[in-house]
Design a binder for this molecule. Sequence first.
Ligand SMILES: [Mg+2]
Length: 237
Amino acid sequence: MSDRPHRSGASAPSARRSEPEVPSDTVVTRGGRLERDPTTGTWHPVEPVERFRLGIDLDGVVADFHVGWMARYNREFRTALEHTQVVEWDGLHGLTHFTTMDEFWEWARRGEPSFFRELPLFPGAADTIERLGREHRIVILTSKFDWAIPDTLEWLAEHRILAREIHFVWDKTAVPCDVYLEDAPHNLVALVRERPESVVCRMVRPWNRPVPGSVDVDGWEQFEAVVRGLREGADDR
Ligand SMILES: [Mg+2]
């Protein structure tokens, strides 16, 4: 017997070629869903239907970077920093005893694990990503030093972030997406400039300001509403 896996709907294999084009045969295998090309008869893997590619930043958007690093810093140096003190993107080290950001990052990489493993989630982030992921492709775009990559992957797994793609990139414009969600001023400016066909959302935070050409979203509920509106707009066309 053939080891071809169980057929899951679609057209019967005996469908005559002369009939109107019907969906190819599909099967679900151990390795995912396969579809048969009706012309050549060959099988090839298919991705599930996804409406938009959602390019989502992590730190400051999904993961609460400032609460996380300050918790460790306060423990280690017996200080009382609070996340509300961060009102600018640049000059973070000015809140600490470090004199440069290089010193800050040297400290950050110490410890097993680094604080990237311990960042709290922003409220609503994981649930919203889970819902959006049922219809769209979740593409995580995060800028990380090499040393932070393993902790970030463990963090994503612990919080069950259903990302189909994870990109560790410094230049986020290199990864095409339909919608971006970002908090870093320089990334927002670059995405608006380099990806004019995309919708760029600024996650409103005390350390960023409006960026011409971007859409302000103040929290995950608003981001979900923006994506829903775009999808409904696309459906109407
Ligand atoms: Mg960020």
